[in-house]
Write a protein that binds this ligand. Structure first.
Ligand code: ATP
Ligand code: MG
Length: 137
C-alpha cells in the first residue's frame, strides 16, 4: 500500500465538486485517510510549486492556487500514486481520457481541478508539507 498527496483545486471547490471528485477516488479503490480545507497564501502556493518556478505559467499557477480555498488530502491504496494520476487524467483536459476527473471537470490546462504527487519522494515531501504525523493514522 502507498500514500499520495492530492489537492482539489480552487476551480473545483468553487463549483462544489469536492464530493463528486472524492467519489471518483473511492470508486477507484483509493481511501481518503486525511483531508482538510485550507486557503493557501501566495507564498505557500509558490513554495509548493517551486519546481515550476522557471516555467512561464508559474505566476498564473500560484495566483490561481491562492485565489480561493483548496482541499488537501492524503489518498491511500495499492499503487496510490499511479492510480491517482490515472483517475485524474492528463494535465490538459483536452487530452484527458473520458471518465477521468480532468476530462469531466477541468476548465483548462491551468484550472484543471486536481493535483496529484508524481513519485514516491514527492508524495512523501508533499504529504509532510500539509499534514503533521498527528493528523495521519
Ligand atoms: P499537478 O502537478 O498539478 O498534479 P501535473 O503533474 O499533471 O499536475 P505539471 O506539469 O506538474 O502537471 O504542472 C503543474 C500544474 O501547472 C498543472 O496541473 C496546471 O495547473 C499548471 N500548468 C501546467 N502546464 C500549464 C500551461 N501550459 N499553462 C497553464 N498552466 C499550466
Ligand atoms: Mg505535477
Amino acid at each position: 500500500t502507498e500514500r499520495t498527496l492530492s489537492i482539489i483545486k480552487p476551480d473545483a471547490t468553487r463549483r462544489n465538486l469536492t464530493g463528486k471528485i472524492n467519489a471518483k477516488f473511492e470508486d477507484a479503490g483509493l481511501r481518503i485517510v486525511a483531508q482538510k480545507r485550507i486557503h493557501l497564501t501566495k507564498a505557500q502556493a509558490g513554495e509548493f510549486y517551486k519546481v515550476h518556478a522557471e516555467r512561464p505559467f508559474y505566476q498564473e499557477l500560484v495566483d490561481f492556487m491562492a485565489s480561493e480555498p483548496v482541499v488537501v488530502q492524503v489518498l491511500e491504496g495499492d499503487n496510490a500514486i499511479a492510480k491517482n494520476r490515472e483517475v485524474m487524467g492528463a494535465t490538459n483536459p483536452a487530452d484527458a481520457e473520458s471518465g477521468t476527473i480532468r476530462a469531466e471537470f477541468a476548465e483548462s490546462v491551468g484550472e484543471n481541478s486536481v493535483h496529484g504527487s508524481d513519485a514516491p519522494e514527492t508524495a512523501k515531501e508533499e504529504i509532510a508539507y500539509f499534514f503533521s504525523g498527528l493528523e495521519l493514522v
